[in-house]
Design a protein around this ligand. Structure first.
Ligand code: CO8
Length: 264
C-alpha cells in the first residue's frame, strides 16, 4: 500500500478508517500532477478494502497534509503545466473525492490555500486546528480558483463571501472560516488529533449504506432541483428499508443496545 511517491496510506481494520497523507512537506504539500494522481490511486486502494469484505469495510477516510505547517498550500506554482494542478490530469482528484462513496474528512492543520482549499471543499467535512488559515491567493497570480472554489464557497457561505475571498486573496483564520460555514469544526491545537479521531470514529460507526446515501443526497441537492432530490431520497429510503443494517438498527433500538452495522 505504501509505494506511492507523494502520499502515505494507512488503514485501520478495527474502525474501517483509511488515512491518506499528502506528503510533499518541503513545498507545503503543493499539488502537482503526481500528487493529484497519487491521491486518486490512494483512494482507489483504500476502496479495494471493500472487495473481499462481507459488507462495507472502508467506512471513512481522513485526508491530511504531512509536516507541521500545511494541509496544502495550493497548486505547485513552480510547475504549472498541462501535468500540474492547473492542467486537465489534475482535475480528477477533486472530482474523485466528490464521487468517492465513503465520506472523506479534510483534517486541516496549517495553511489551506488555493487548490488545497478546493481539495478540502471537495471533501465531505472540514475539521481545522485553531492555527489554520484559509484563502484563495490565485488572484495574486492573475488567476481564479480553477477547481470550483468560488462555486463551493458561494453555495456554503454566499456569493459575497466567495467574492471577498477570491478577489482579495487574503488569508482568513480558522475561527472566521468556521463562522462563515466553510469549516465544520475548529479545535484547539492540543485537542486537534483526538477530536478528529473521535469525529472519524463516530462517523465510521454509522450505518455505512445510509451514510453513502446521505452523501449522494446532499450532492443531488446541490446539483439538481428539489423534485429530483426528493425522488432520489424516496428511492434511497426504500432501498435502505431492505438492508440488514436497517434490521440491525431496529433490533438494537428494541433491545436497548448500540447497533453494529456491517454495510449489508
Ligand atoms: N507551490 C510551490 N511551492 C510552494 C507553494 C506552492 N503553492 N507554497 C509554498 N511553497 C514552498 C516555498 O516555495 C518554500 O520552498 P523553499 O523552502 O524551497 O523556498 C516552502 O514551500 C515553504 O514556504 P515558505 O518559505 O513560503 O513558507 P512561509 O511560511 O513563509 O509562507 C505561504 C507560507 C504563505 C503558504 C507561502 O508559501 C505562499 O504564499 N505560498 C503560495 C500559496 C499560493 O499562492 N497558493 C495558490 C497557488 S495557485 C492554485 O492553487 C490554483 C489551483 C487551481 C487548480 C485548478 C485545477 C484545474
Amino acid at each position: 500500500m505504501d509505494d506511492l511517491e507523494t502520499v502515505l496510506l494507512d488503514y485501520d481494520d478495527d474502525s474501517g478508517i483509511g488515512t491518506l497523507t499528502m506528503n510533499r512537506p518541503d513545498s507545503l504539500n503543493a499539488l502537482n500532477g503526481q500528487l493529484s494522481r497519487d491521491i486518486v490511486e490512494g483512494l482507489r486502494r483504500l476502496e479495494e478494502r471493500n472487495e473481499d469484505a462481507d459488507g462495507v469495510a472502508l467506512r471513512a477516510v481522513v485526508l491530511e497534509g504531512a509536516g507541521e505547517k500545511a494541509f496544502c498550500a495550493g497548486a505547485d506554482i513552480g510547475g504549472f503545466s498541462s501535468d500540474s494542478a492547473g492542467g486537465s490530469s489534475a482535475r480528477s482528484h477533486y472530482q474523485f473525492i466528490v464521487d468517492f462513496p465513503a465520506p472523506v474528512i479534510a483534517k486541516i492543520d496549517g495553511y489551506c490555500l488555493g487548490g488545497g482549499l478546493e481539495t478540502a471543499l471537495a471533501c465531505d467535512f472540514r475539521l481545522a486546528s485553531e492555527e489554520s488559515t484559509f484563502g484563495f491567493p490565485e488572484v495574486n497570480l492573475g488567476l481564479l480558483p480553477g477547481a470550483g472554489g468560488v462555486q463551493y464557497v458561494t453555495k456554503l457561505a454566499g456569493p459575497a463571501v466567495a467574492k471577498e475571498l477570491a478577489m482579495f486573496g487574503d488569508h482568513v483564520p480558522a475561527e472566521r472560516a468556521g463562522e462563515l460555514g466553510i469549516v465544520n469544526r475548529v479545535y484547539p491545537g492540543d485537542e486537534f488529533d483526538d477530536e478528529v479521531a473521535s469525529f472519524a470514529e463516530k462517523l465510521a460507526g454509522q450505518a455505512p449504506l445510509a451514510v453513502q446515501g446521505i452523501k449522494k443526497s446532499a450532492r443531488v441537492a446541490v446539483e439538481t432541483g428539489l423534485e429530483e432530490g426528493l425522488r432520489y431520497d424516496r428511492e434511497q429510503f426504500s432501498t435502505l428499508l431492505n438492508t440488514e443494517d436497517f434490521e440491525e438498527g431496529a433490533a438494537a433500538f428494541s433491545e436497548k443496545r448500540d447497533p453494529e452495522f456491517e454495510g449489508r
